[in-house]
Design a binder for this molecule. Sequence first.
Ligand code: ATP
Length: 367
Amino acid sequence: MSPTREFRIAVFPGDGIGLEITEPCMAVVDAAASRVGGLRLAYETLPAGAGTYQQVGTALPDASIDAARAADAILLAAAGLPDIRYPDGTEIAPQIELRSILDLYAGVRPVRSIPGVPSPLADPRGSRLDFVVVRESTEGLFVSHRKGTVREDNEAEDRLLVTRRGTERVVDAAMRIAATRMTRGGKGHVTCVDKANVFASYAFFRKIFDERAALHPRLTVDHVYIDASTLDFVGRPWRFDVIVTENMFGDILSDLGAGLIGGMGFAPSADIGDRSAVFQPCHGTAPDIAGQGRANPTAMFLSGAMMLEWLAEQHDEPKAETAAATIRAAVDDTFANGMRTWEIGGQSGVREVTDAVLSRIKEVAPA
Ligand code: ATP
């Protein structure tokens, strides 16, 4: 028998519903790992977020950064609260800071329908979506995060930066994802979403996209303007396979994608760099439902599955891949069997979903 493989995971529960979905996620990841066998996760829980800012005056302590950097992967639930802000009025967002500190340039946001979760689209194809938004996560409009200026209470200015290096690496990541999906029946198609008809920065993004795409003759590509892409998200989202786009556009499109698959509670994400990666649900801390047990932990569980999948690739560890597939199968089975969370008109929250997924993990075949 092969020896047990251990991965060190830095965990940031954060604030709001983040505090409610973290332990269930660790339980789900552990259950999948023990079902597969020979796999162990060693967690280190770290402070960050609005609560931490209130307690110690910094939202992301240096010790937390060091521990995150040293870990094999980082699991982050959700951080920031609207009532606790920096003196300049901006919200506390250690997840954004981690992206730049750890150079996590590829924001991977799968838009995958879960069987049984109702789609807002009438067309049956809207219930079988499977595409990925890849959001550039270190530059674009977010380069201005906490650096924008307001002059004499009269005009405000933020900067949008698109660099060759930043664009090449995120486009390359999108191409790799499309090629990998192709081995599992994917279309092998990458769409560049931009506003190249109006702004020099987006025209540059498109030019680099075309240069990199030329290196992948087996993949097909196209370009869509951001405004037209929102129309396609609603009208025919099944046309997409992999989308790559600038940071702010990706921020907006990934919420639109979450809306297509049932809501924020179903949408996982990964922010991936060359050395580190953070896995977290697309949603925020949901202060409107925090503390009520109403949160849907599914996005967090699926982020845990993405983490296992990434660890499998990084360390050539098929057991982690099987554990990821086990979580996905257990989630699918749970909803296919009638689970209804609050956001889709039911009455199930963290506890019900967690218990159901944990019990399915013991039974399902990995998807
Ligand atoms: P951020 O700016 O950090 O993304 P936000 O307040 O804009 O935060 P969310 O915290 O994601 O956005 O919440 C948006 C809406 O989605 C809220 O109504 C919230 O209750 C709901 N929501 C978010 N996450 C979940 C979840 N896991 N389960 C159920 N509802 C959720």
